[in-house]
Design a protein around this ligand. Structure first.
Ligand SMILES: *[C@@H]1O[C@H](CO)[C@@H](O)[C@H](O)[C@H]1NC(C)=O
Ligand SMILES: *[C@@H]1O[C@H](CO)[C@@H](O)[C@H](O)[C@H]1NC(C)=O
Ligand SMILES: *[C@@H]1O[C@H](CO)[C@@H](O)[C@H](O)[C@H]1NC(C)=O
Ligand SMILES: *[C@@H]1O[C@H](CO)[C@@H](O)[C@H](O)[C@H]1NC(C)=O
Ligand SMILES: *[C@@H]1O[C@H](CO)[C@@H](O)[C@H](O)[C@H]1NC(C)=O
Ligand SMILES: *[C@@H]1O[C@H](CO)[C@@H](O)[C@H](O)[C@H]1NC(C)=O
Ligand SMILES: *[C@@H]1O[C@H](CO)[C@@H](O)[C@H](O)[C@H]1NC(C)=O
Ligand SMILES: *[C@@H]1O[C@H](CO)[C@@H](O)[C@H](O)[C@H]1NC(C)=O
Ligand SMILES: *[C@@H]1O[C@H](CO)[C@@H](O)[C@H](O)[C@H]1NC(C)=O
Length: 890
């Protein structure tokens, strides 16, 4: 019964999602002539999550793709792995490290188009090397400095849990040089400095994407400070892409770019100063119109132009919508702003007119995107040059803020909507006359410790601040208890990791083609011995992909063995790639893949066996003991941490896509482990319509409504599903019970209604825990659930916020337990104060929902507006769809 792979296996929704994730929805509009990605320190070619081939550089003696040189006289470079196992993304699992110069040379025979150079760094400690000593310079063809005394450790954005640094440059190779040399030079001031690199990409780009076409008389770059329009970016300049942002919505990952593998960041919260402004999207119903030739179709992905920010209709305060970017002073920057009017209410010129300030200087006095572009759905960009100066009296390069502000016109001006619009921002640093792009390192910022969920700021001002009354004494106690818990848990976690690592190293080597540190190889004989030749009595689960057996390897260690049905259509290569990916995802709260076997037609995966089975079995529908409230919170917290790791531990944001209580497993110590992530690729590849509609039914109750309606698959879809699990745990019932009446059959709808009506929330709570859950705790928990279940993914809390909130809820429970003890002596003289939480109330979110859908009608998630295209792609029949329904009762 206790199996790490749930009984229905990974449902096929994950296949669909994976396909959507891996393959861009639209054909690439640009195909680079030259496209090479190097996985430094790796011996073979690997395929990353987004299906790019990364060529290993460890064995390039005979390669005509690249060559590697280092002076013979100096200490040679070597290949190494990060000490920590936490980053599992290609190309970050290995690095090339050296205390001496080394050079990568790429023979490039295309000299008419510029190229992107992308340098991928994973700043962490490598064998014998401290991260703080990674200080080096990078030069191109001995003539252009990309980085100087680059202190890698200082470039991480701790606020985002980001682990990698990717630097992107644009250079134009001279016609007489058909070699691109990239040289890494450790700082020679002290002998401990070293240089390292994890991955290099060289990808060609269209000639005049960013460089100026000197023959095109219509193209201008306007200099912000002088007002002239004759600035040009000539071929001898190199550019560093410092920021590239999709304004208004989520990140657009490299595989969804137009073919150049550019990454488009999201703008909030890092760059948008306050989330006052409204995020709107066209709902993906529209396509851009390129017929007017305003920009080539590869300029930016459609989604960048079809999402934007504006003021919002009920803003009565006049503020500037402001983005702020930290840049090096003493350089000139090219700022490219992307605009596209997709709003159906903007039907003519003068409907929406506004001003733009760049670096607090008026860059445009009257912006009328409709007029500029000549209509709706026509994309355009405007380019500006701005030179950043250091603060007064300073002659050094320093980090300064480059701001972009949109300001609506004053009242009583002849514009129909006093509103602003921006769809995308790109900022490039332009090399100076010394052929230098290197600036200074940012200041050291210690990593933030997320303790409380960050306030769910609402675009619509109507946020209700909830003051939770906690006595000061109580709070102190909670802090102390929390501290102890934190330290203890940390220690436990550390030791777990260590033992895991140790046991890893001692695992015996198999005949696999994968490095043995990743994963153990089992022979079919071993597997047969473990399962008594696949004896039926060992079956603990049956699913579309085959059976799951419980087995004992080496006669002692219990494992779950998943045997894929022969003919699972999976090529051996894909199978291996998948295993490699999964075996690198290691976290105490994820079920580990311990090994695999592929002999003959057999493809078998071996997982840790989870003694206690699924979380679901301890909530309802079984005779198992019931869990206390505190136990439930601990399990949820563990699962949340596992998901948070999936979302952020890897660069590409792995989305689980099938979060539910049967996919949260428990080991003998009640440690929660998330299972069934990412494996979907091992399933059959030929997907048909029937598969997809079964899928939709199969995961009913957990699926993010936004995911159907707008086909937006983000990490927030997992947050939604996790919100459903949170409810399931609170109420100890399945998300959907068909036999119940309409009001209560859907847990989510029932809850949302109850929350509005406030009083009867307690009635929903599992009677078994009702007495141990205080009103305060219930309130807090409910707000967290509401935020997770928000219709708009952007408004949902992130998984890291959920982790913080669950930690806090657990602290509440513990301090309540303690205070109950001391209550007899000190009768409630507690002070009723201390604002602790700020959550969007359902009321507020409802308002937000309504008004954003009415906001010129462009952003909507009503079922009726699902486009034909979306329906085709999801292949939802009318009936299947009505079964899913809109979880929001309206
Ligand atoms: C992009 O535009 C080019 C030329 O204008 C055209 O040939 C190509 O088909 C377009 N690509 C897409 C994906 O629309
Ligand atoms: C690795 O990939 C490169 C580029 O796609 C290819 O030329 C090379 O043959 C591949 N090497 C192996 C061992 O598959
Ligand atoms: C560099 O090489 C010298 C001489 O071969 C050796 O003594 C020294 O230990 C090496 N340094 C490092 C950091 O490997
Ligand atoms: C390393 O490169 C730098 C810059 O090109 C150069 O000045 C230095 O002499 C090189 N060191 C060696 C040992 O080649
Ligand atoms: C450049 O080189 C590659 C491989 O060496 C070759 O396939 C390609 O045709 C060449 N392109 C040009 C424009 O010479
Ligand atoms: C590099 O940054 C680290 C902090 O992450 C600091 O300790 C170290 O001193 C810095 N090194 C230099 C040479 O500035
Ligand atoms: C690149 O390096 C190679 C070998 O180190 C050298 O022969 C070549 O001249 C260099 N090319 C350029 C453009 O610097
Ligand atoms: C670097 O570029 C400058 C100007 O483009 C040129 O004069 C110089 O010779 C180049 N130096 C090298 C080493 O290629
Ligand atoms: C908006 O920004 C401009 C330029 O920095 C400034 O002059 C103006 O006062 C700002 N307006 C508001 C309301 O902050």
């Amino acid at each position: 019964m206790a199996n790490p792979i749930n009984k229905t296996f990974h449902t096929q929704i994950t296949i669909l999602s994976l396909i959507l994730l891996l393959y861009p929805l639209v054909a690439n509009s640009y195909k680079p002539d030259y496209n090479l990605a190097i996985n430094c320190g790796y011996s073979t070619n690997t395929t990353s999550l987004d299906n790019r081939i990364w060529v290993g550089d460890d064995d390039i003696e005979n390669s005509n793709l690249l060559s590697f040189t280092e002076p013979k006289t100096t200490n040679q470079s070597f290949i190494t792995k990060p000490i920590s196992l936490s980053n599992t993304q290609i190309p970050f699992t290995t690095a090339r490290v050296s205390i001496s110069n080394f050079t990568y040379s790429f023979p490039i025979n295309i000299t008419n188009s510029p190229v992107f150079i992308r340098l991928h760094f994973y700043p962490t400690s490598y064998q014998n090397f401290e991260l703080s000593n990674a200080i080096f310079s990078v030069e191109v063809n001995n003539n252009l400095t990309l980085l100087k005394n680059f202190n890698a450790s200082l470039w991480l954005h701790h606020d985002d849990n980001e682990e990698n640094i990717i630097k992107e440059y644009c250079i134009q190779i001279k016609p007489n040089e058909n070699l691109l040399n990239i040289t890494f030079i450790p700082n020679n001031k002290n002998n401990v400095s070293y240089a390292f690199i994890n991955g290099i990409e060289v990808v060609s780009m269209p000639s005049f994407l960013y460089y100026s076409d000197l023959d095109d008389l219509n193209y201008h770059i306007r200099s912000v400070h002088t007002g002239t329009t004759d600035y040009k970016i000539q071929k001898d300049k190199a550019l560093e892409m410092v920021y590239r942002v999709n304004v208004g919505e989520n990140q657009v990952p490299p595989n969804q770019d137009t073919g150049m593998f550019r990454n488009w960041d999201n703008d909030y919260p890092r760059y948008l100063k306050k989330q006052y402004s409204n995020s709107i999207s066209s709902g993906y119903r529209d396509h851009l119109n390129y017929l007017k030739n305003t920009v080539p179709n590869y300029t930016a992905p459609e989604v960048v132009y079809l999402t934007s920010r504006s003021y919002g209709t009920n803003a009565n305060e006049d503020y500037n919508v402001t983005w702020s970017f930290e840049v090096d002073s003493s350089f000139t920057y090219m700022v490219r702003l992307h605009f596209c009017e997709f709003d159906i209410h903007i039907t003519d010129q003068t409907y929406r007119v506004f001003k733009i300030f760049i670096d607090d200087t008026l860059a445009e006095g009257l912006v009328d995107v409709f007029f500029w572009n000549g209509g709706r759905l026509i994309p355009i960009h405007r380019d500006y040059a701005v030179t950043m100066y250091p603060k007064e009296g300073n002659s050094h390069i320093e980090r300064v803020n480059l701001s972009i502000k949109l300001q609506r016109l004053p009242d009583h001006t002849p514009t129909r909507y006093r509103d602003v619009l921006l769809n995308g921002i790109e900022i490039f640093k332009i090399s100076n006359n010394n052929k230098n792009l290197a600036g200074v390192n940012p200041k050291y910022l210690p990593p933030k410790e997320p303790l409380l969920p960050s306030p769910q700021s609402n675009s619509k001002s109507s946020t209700i601040v909830i003051f939770i009354a906690v006595g000061v004494s109580c709070l102190l106690l909670a802090a102390v208890v929390g501290m102890i818990v934190f330290v203890r848990r940390r220690r436990k976690f550390q030791s777990h990791l260590e033992t895991e690592e140790r046991s890893w190293q001692t695992k015996k080597e198999g005949s696999s083609t994968l490095p043995s540190y990743l994963c153990r190889y089992f022979t079919i004989a071993e597997i047969k011995a473990a399962t008594n030749n696949f004896d039926d009595i060992f079956i603990i689960g049956v699913g579309g992909f085959g059976n799951v057996y419980k087995g004992y390897i080496d006669g002692v260690t219990p494992v779950a063995i998943k045997r894929l049905k022969p003919g699972s259509q999976q090529g051996v290569n894909e199978f291996m790639n998948e295993i490699e990916l999964l075996s690198q995802l290691r976290h105490i709260h994820l079920v580990s893949l311990i090994g695999y076997c592929n002999e003959g037609a057999e493809m078998i995966l071996v997982y840790d066996f989870m003694q206690r089975g699924t979380l679901c079995e301890y909530l309802y529908g079984s005779d198992n003991e019931l869990l206390t409230w505190k136990q439930r919170l601990e399990i949820l917290l563990g699962a949340a941490r596992g998901l948070h790791y999936l979302h952020t531990g890897a660069k590409q944001n792995i989305i689980h896509r099938d979060v539910k209580s049967t996919n949260i497993l428990l080991d003998e110590k009640w440690v929660a482990k998330v299972s069934d992530f990412g494996l979907s690729k091992v399933g059959p590849t030929g997907m048909s319509m029937t598969h997809v509609s079964t899928v939709v039914k199969g995961s009913l109750g957990y699926l993010d409504p936004e995911y159907y309606m707008r086909q937006r698959l983000t990490v927030k879809s997992d947050v939604y599903s996790f919100g459903v699990v949170l409810l399931e745990v609170l109420c100890a019932r399945p998300p959907l019970v068909r036999s119940l009446d309409k009001k209560t059959s859907s847990l989510v709808i029932w809850f949302q209604r109850c929350y509005k009506e406030d009083s009867i929330l307690e009635d929903m709570v599992d009677p078994f825990i009702k007495d141990s859950i205080t009103t305060k705790c219930l309130k807090y928990y409910s707000q967290m659930v509401l935020s997770c279940l928000h219709d708009d993914g952007n408004q949902r809390m992130s998984m890291s916020d959920v982790v913080g909130a669950l930690e806090f809820a657990l602290q509440l429970v513990m301090s309540e337990e303690d205070s109950r003890l001391s209550e007899t002596q000190e009768k409630e003289k507690s002070v009723q104060r201390l604002p602790l939480l700020q959550f969007t109330s359902d009321d507020a979110s409802d308002k937000c929902f309504t008004s954003s859908s009415d906001d010129y009608g462009s952003h909507t998630s009503k079922a009726s507006t699902i486009s034909a295209r979306t329906e085709d792609q999801l292949m939802l029949s009318g009936s299947a769809f009505s079964e899913i329904g809109n979880p929001r009762a309206r």
